[in-house]
Design a protein around this ligand. Structure first.
Ligand SMILES: Cc1cc2nc3c(=O)[nH]c(=O)nc-3n(C[C@H](O)[C@H](O)[C@H](O)COP(=O)(O)O)c2cc1C
Length: 182
């Protein structure tokens, strides 16, 4: 790129030092609004789950999604060993559950609150979720502290009620979504 093309916007913070990059990347990602979900599984008869925002669709054909999971998370081994998980997309009614699934106690105790049942795919499903998407782990890609689980969708339950009130996480806070209407 020629000097003529390179333009630095005044007033915008630029970061390229490795350690500062990590801190600033965290700050940048806090500015990305994310839908909140609980990932749940069962292994050796014990339920495990955790709160995630790093979940997105991968492809519609075949239906598949990806979720990025910290390899030190209490649920990680169970997710990998069971080879199956359910992504429960939360509503604004579920902010307390989202907080509870990200702190102690872990394991089965996390399921003490919420309308949980075992669905036809044999996975813990939260009634009242916007949607519950049951997946088989197709592949796993490790990178740094995390692993991306590729989930092949096997079973779906979708809340028919409209309009939705999805739970959104932005800048460390739970909130909602309001469409821009004319
Ligand atoms: C709103 C929110 C979103 C989160 N998103 C993720 C995520 O996408 N991936 C992840 O590995 N951890 C995520 N976490 C953190 C995990 O929920 C939490 O660290 C995890 O449950 C670890 O705790 P544990 O080892 O006690 O289970 C998120 C936490 C919160 C509160």
């Amino acid at each position: 790129m020629s000097e003529a093309e390179l333009q630095v916007r005044p007033g915008v913070e630029r970061v390229d030092d490795a350690q500062a990059l990590q801190t600033s990347f965290r700050q940048a990602m806090r500015r990305l609004a994310g839908g909140v979900a609980l990932v749940s599984t069962v292994h050796d008869g014990v339920r495990h789950g955790m709160t995630v925002t790093a979940v997105t669709s991968l492809t519609m054909d075949p239906p598949a999604l990806v979720v990025s999971v910290n390899r030190h998370a209490s649920a990680f081994d169970a997710l990998v060993l069971s080879g199956r998980f359910c992504v429960n997309l939360l509503t604004q009614q579920h902010a307390d559950l989202a907080a509870a699934f990200a702190r102690k106690p872990d394991g089965d105790a996390r399921f003490a609150n919420g309308a949980w049942r075992i669905n036809e795919a044999g996975l813990p499903t939260l009634d009242g979720s916007v949607a519950s998407i049951s997946c088989r782990v197709h592949d796993l890609v490790e990178y740094g502290t995390h692993a991306i689980l590729i989930g092949a969708v096997e079973h779906l339950e979708i809340e028919p009620q409209q309009p939705m009130a999805p739970l959104i996480f932005l800048s460390g806070q739970f909130g909602g979504f309001w469409p821009l209407t004319a």
